[in-house]
Design a protein around this ligand. Structure first.
Ligand code: GAL
Length: 338
């Protein structure tokens, strides 16, 4: 196993070796990334939160065997639900496992978090008004017919999170999803809807726990999935994938002057080898890095559909310097380069 991340700020143990304090931190795409205990980081379909000087990384904790159910008419590979994991880091390179902050509920077969269900794409946002940490995720049945959003809430970024239940926002299907908080504190859920044919942007209530009822239908007939939303210089951007289950496809970037749209597709941002397959990745989040003006990291999952627990990560800086916005391939790089 190769290491992906090594600390810059302090000496850490990585692959059983002490790394010198001044060693450059390297993000090595698609290798096994280790936490500070030396275990592979397990946080897929994830999202980031920056809070009080720390980064928190939430994701699907995938363990155990990957199976293709008997009924599957498509490549519905799955692992049992284990829960949502959380890792923390001061510098985006050294990650400490904070535990499974929303665990599976093993004793209730009807619960959304029962191992037999599906729990994907968790995102956590902080609500400054209520002081709560709010998690939204894709709450599914094994056959993906439920198409709901699940919501959980906590007093601390590392939980424990209390599950509040699931529903279809604005009565519409909600599958791949993310939550975006604007500068004015208003939050929005972006979700693939209507059998993944459209993407709904659902404005959330002030406590971020429910939709207000105000929503827009976007990317109609375009089958966008894996939305990752960010704001730069007053404009809103959404990175997304096409709709081919665990298999890679071409990423697309879209832009809007107003968060609820209208949105305009700009085109494929990835450049370099296998760019038309998003480097064998699928978007999950775009992180504006604190204190590094202009550094936005596009985060992708590199799914391994027949062994989902061994899926990997690709993180790439977005390049805004040219005429168009691009995400060039880099085999390895370091946030300290910026
Ligand atoms: C992908 C989606 C993943 C997962 C997968 C299941 O299209 O982005 O989050 O739902 O399908 O096949």
């Amino acid at each position: 196993m190769k290491k992906l991340l090594c600390a810059i700020a302090s000496a850490v143990i990585c692959c059983g070796q002490a790394i010198a304090a001044d060693a450059p931190a390297a993000i090595e795409q698609g290798t096994v990334w280790l936490d500070t205990d030396g275990n592979p980081i397990n946080a897929h379909g994830g999202g980031m939160l920056y809070h009080d000087g720390k980064y928190y990384w939430y994701g699907e904790y995938k363990t155990g065997e990957t199976v293709l159910p008997d009924w599957a008419t498509w490549e519905a590979y799955r692992t049992d639900v284990t829960g949502v994991s959380c890792y923390s880091s001061p510098d985006l390179t050294t990650w400490t496992f904070e535990g499974i902050v929303l665990p599976a509920v093993k004793d209730d077969p009807d619960h959304d978090l029962h191992p037999s269900k599906v729990c994907e794409r968790p995102k956590v946002v902080y609500n400054a008004k209520t002081g709560k940490f709010v998690m939204w995720f894709h709450a599914e049945s094994a056959d993906y017919s439920k198409a709901c959003a699940g919501v959980a809430v906590a007093d601390s970024p590392t939980g424990p999170y209390t599950y509040l239940g699931s529903f279809r926002p604005n009565e519409a299907m909600s599958r791949d999803q993310t939550v975006f908080v604007d500068d004015d504190g208003k939050a929005y859920q972006f979700a693939s809807s209507e059998n993944n044919q459209t993407l709904y942007i659902n404005e959330l209530t002030d406590d971020y726990l429910r939709p207000t009822g105000r929503f827009t239908r976007n990317f109609i007939g375009m089958s966008r999935e894996a939305p990752a939303v960010f704001k730069r210089d007053g404009k809103y951007y959404m990175l997304s994938s096409g709709c081919t289950a665990w298999d890679p496809n071409k990423a697309e970037l879209a832009v809007a002057d107003s968060v609820m749209g209208p949105w305009t597709t700009i085109g494929e941002p990835c450049t370099g080898p296998e760019a038309d397959k998003t480097f064998y990745g699928q978007s999950t989040y775009v992180l504006p890095v604190q204190g590094k003006d202009g550094l936005y990291i596009a985060m992708f999952d590199r799914w391994k559909k027949t062994d989902l627990a061994d899926s990997r990560y690709i993180w790439l800086p977005i390049d805004f310097s040219g005429e168009s916005i691009t995400i060039p391939w880099r085999e390895s790089w370091s946030p300290s380069d910026f």
